[in-house]
Ligand binder design. Sequence first.
Ligand code: SAM
Length: 241
Amino acid sequence: MQRYFASIDQNYFVHLTADDEHHVLHVMRMKKGDEIEVVDNQKLFLCRLDNTNPLTISMIHEIASDVEISEDVTLLFALTKGDKIDLVLQKATELGVKKVALIESERTVVKYDNKDLEKKSLRFKKIMKEASEQSHRLIVPEFLGIYNLKQLPKEAFSDLNYVAYEKDASKVNESFEGLKKGKSISILIGPEGGFSEQEINEVTKLGFIRTSLGKRILRAETAAIYALSVLGYLLENEKAL
Ligand code: SAM
């Protein structure tokens, strides 16, 4: 069943975005009586099309849903080339991330000027909205923006902050040291060229804990997906922690 993020008013009428109205009517070609799922304010509802011209949708009842990771996970992902960022935003959303910031560091080669920024941000948010709908999540992760590693906003920090450092690859059994239920987590992943020693020292001073992501050197996008997969498993599997 199709799922959309929308708002439901006090008369139980559903208000979709223009894009989603178009999707319902002209892509899915839905008819009167068809049903959709709507997420409003992190709650899930079954809704039905009362009419298609004009499009009128009513909420029928709430559906119990428990799909989110209890702890907030924030991904801090260094800017990488090509469409790797799109891939990482989509996979991070499926893997339950709550917030994402893109990071400029000494060795990031991708540079966005202000003109680009607005357009890119809109695209990134669209990717995460669609991935949230596809993965049946109750929230769309928040895109915090693009920040220099030396100027991380306070929203980038969590109770526990980890920096994936490949020089610690061999210390697999110390991965995500101190991780525990009920604590929010930030995970910082470097660019294709990695972080410099100085950058690692600087973020360590800010409270980031170095962590291994296994014995092999992963591409940045693989590292992000792997880290979020491991965190999701550890946090959602009662027996794991
Ligand atoms: N030094 C790497 C190399 O030799 O290719 C370049 C960095 S790696 C491609 C990109 C990022 O992924 C790193 O900055 C790090 O954050 C993360 N990473 C990759 N493999 C890792 C590992 N085994 N343990 C921890 N972090 C890893």
